[in-house]
Write a protein that binds this ligand. Structure first.
Ligand SMILES: [Zn+2]
Ligand SMILES: [Zn+2]
Length: 466
């Protein structure tokens, strides 16, 4: 095969771990690549006496394997249920990785066209990130409070990496965030090949030096990245699903830098930082220089009764009447979809009656599997709706310029400390309206609520606020 073709193939396949069906090559070319050692096959499922392991997602849970008759071998095969959304892998089907020459990525002299300015605190973090990338530190955690402006802090480090021909991936837990970041990155790094990877993406075949991806899509990679940035390291699903950290670790090169970003590190990460096992840097202030809003806790004894009817708790309507800035939109978090569904109409009726909302179109509700979710969030952002009722899906990753935030039934299990801190962090994000009210309505304080408040206060204190 001409070396030009081999280069192209290297570009296309290096760093990936793929099924035959994911390799769009003719059988001839493919077989040639296998026999010349350019593609190496590994079994998709390894078995020993004790367990099966899926080599795509690392799953070893016996309950997550199933058996199915194979059309090709006419035998029963195991397959992994854990990573089935990436397409089913039969035991007899190998996974392939590129073992030939490694691709040479571009070394653009000046890849970044961002002309914004970093604050002093952001600059320190940006320098630290750049340093970690340049000196190929294994791991670095950036603990930046909600609204610190994490994305901008990454630009200098990514620039440096691209300049030296490195391949970079920014992985985030949710597809919404990938979709939101893509146009921004395409603008800022205009001359760089960029690929967006998430469940419904149509760019999966593309090849790029800079990849924005959901953490799930990392399952398709193997020793691909010189720099892997994992956003929201504490978030679901990364934090709950061991196959995602398995995939993340496999997707980085042996010599590479992993950068974690979080506003709310989990206990395990805090322990590692405290014991100096994990290099980190704390960014204590929001980019506009105002402190994080401290949530106020309001006890409502009749809460469960009110929500069962359902009716808006009196406390909520009273608070609404005396808000500091009634112009602000309202982001209302509720623990379940059912409750949100029921409350939408009830709240609309009540607030229209009170003269506080103009019409029932002013209030809307989103949840994870809502097909109109993106559009509704956009409408709220454009201020076409006034009040957005939501489950925890909007707890992080979204910025609205001017909102007050209420958590209804903040004592519910779904609101753990990290969720509550993130939710509070939705308020006061804009330099034009850098404050905001955050109200937790509950019928009994939980540890999560108390810890969330003290954690916000502690971060403000470290930021120099009292
Ligand atoms: Zn699997
Ligand atoms: Zn088979």
């Amino acid at each position: 095969m001409a070396s030009e073709t081999t280069n192209q193939l290297a570009n296309q396949f290096a760093g990936k771990l793929l099924l035959r069906s994911e390799i769009p090559l003719s059988e001839d070319v493919f077989q040639h690549c296998v026999s010349s050692g350019n593609f190496t096959a590994v079994s998709s499922i390894s078995k020993n006496l004790l367990y099966c392991q899926c080599n795509r997602c690392g799953n070893r849970e016996p309950g997550l394997f199933a058996k199915i008759p194979c059309q090709i071998c006419h035998r029963e095969h195991h397959y992994c249920r854990k990573c089935i959304e990436m397409g089913r892998v039969m035991e007899c089907e190998p996974l392939y990785y590129w073992n030939g020459d490694q691709p040479a990525w571009a070394t653009p002299a000046d890849p970044c066209s961002w002309d914004g300015e970093l604050t002093d605190k952001q600059q320190l973090a940006a320098d630290r990130i750049t340093q970690a990338i340049v000196s190929q530190e294994k791991e670095l955690l950036i603990w930046a409070v909600c609204g610190a402006g994490k994305t901008e802090m990454l630009f200098p480090g990514i620039t440096k990496a691209l300049q030296s021909g490195k391949r970079v991936c920014l992985a985030t837990p949710r597809a919404d965030v990938v979709r939101e970041l893509l146009p921004r990155f395409r603008q800022v790094f205009a001359g760089v090949s960029i690929q967006g990877l998430y469940g419904g993406s149509d760019e999966k075949e593309k090849v790029a030096q800079l990849i924005l991806s959901t953490t799930h899509q990392l399952l398709r990679f193997r020793q691909a990245f010189d720099v892997l940035i994992i956003d929201e390291i504490d978030a679901f699903p990364y934090h709950k699903d061991p196959s995602l950290s398995f995939a993340a670790n496999r997707s980085r090169k042996q010599i590479s830098t992993m950068i974690y970003l979080t506003a709310t590190p989990r206990k395990e990460q805090r322990r590692r930082m405290l014991q100096k096992q994990l290099n980190h840097m704390f960014v204590p202030t929001r980019f506009h220089g105002y402190p994080l809003p401290v949530p106020s806790l309001k006890m409502c004894r009749t809460l469960k009764k009110d929500l069962a009817r359902p009716a808006p708790p009196k406390l909520l309507t009273e608070w609404l009447k005396q808000r500091v800035n009634p112009e602000r939109q309202l982001l209302l978090f509720v623990p379940t979809i059912e409750l949100a569904e029921k409350l939408e109409m009830v709240l609309a009726r009540k607030f229209i009656q009170l003269g506080w909302l103009p019409s029932k179109q002013a209030i809307t509700f989103v949840h994870a599997s809502d097909p109109d979710r993106e559009e509704k969030v956009q409408q709220f952002r454009r201020k076409e709706t006034f009040m957005l009722l939501t489950t925890t899906i909007l707890e992080r990753g979204v910025t609205f310029p001017s909102v007050d935030v209420v958590v209804l039934d903040a004592g519910h299990d779904v609101f753990d400390e990290a969720a509550l801190v993130q939710i509070a962090g939705r308020a006061g994000r804009s330099p034009d309206d850098p404050t905001g009210e955050v109200l937790f309505i509950h019928d009994g304080k939980t540890d999560a609520m108390v810890e969330a408040v003290s954690s916000v206060k502690a971060m403000n204190k470290r930021g120099g606020f009292r």
